[in-house]
Design a protein around this ligand. Sequence first.
Ligand SMILES: [Zn+2]
Length: 191
Amino acid sequence: MKTTLNNREIEYAIRKSTRARNLRLTVNCDASVVVTVPRYFFGMYKIERFLQAKASWVLRKIDYFKKFGNRVRVGESRLGHGGRREYKKYREQARALIAQKITQLNQTGEFVFNRISIKNHKSRWGSCSKKKNLNFNYKIVFLPEHLAEYIVAHELCHLKELNHSRKFWNLVAEFVPDYKEQRRALKRVVF
Ligand SMILES: [Zn+2]
């Protein structure tokens, strides 16, 4: 779909959702625009009116994401655009950082794992597999240290609790008492 907002032509997609009650507008970090509508919704004019009402917000978001979309915004960092070269450049640095954090956090040796891999994920910081392999995003090197530490602690704890149960979070809290704060801060980091 196409429309013109403040003299600028933009494209958008319409997504039908069984759960949506009202119109909802999303601008993704690749600057694509999506209007979510209830399942049995017709009325293009309503969508158009809705978009016009939010025109300046939409345009601001689009411009913002076109500029910074793919990057990890940490402070003034302009790194973290996810290119292959950058990944190769920082991969070993990330590995060293993670190894150091694991040594600090795993002094008792209670966490047993197989392999650590450094990945170029688009939208996650780490993961832990059933086979006890740990994966981390190389962009961890661009984060403040306390956030990097939280990510490592989080994945280590998954070695014992492969879920996000209360038990899991209690375990995380033993290593990062203010984990809730770190978690919130991490959600604000844009990939
Ligand atoms: Zn998790």
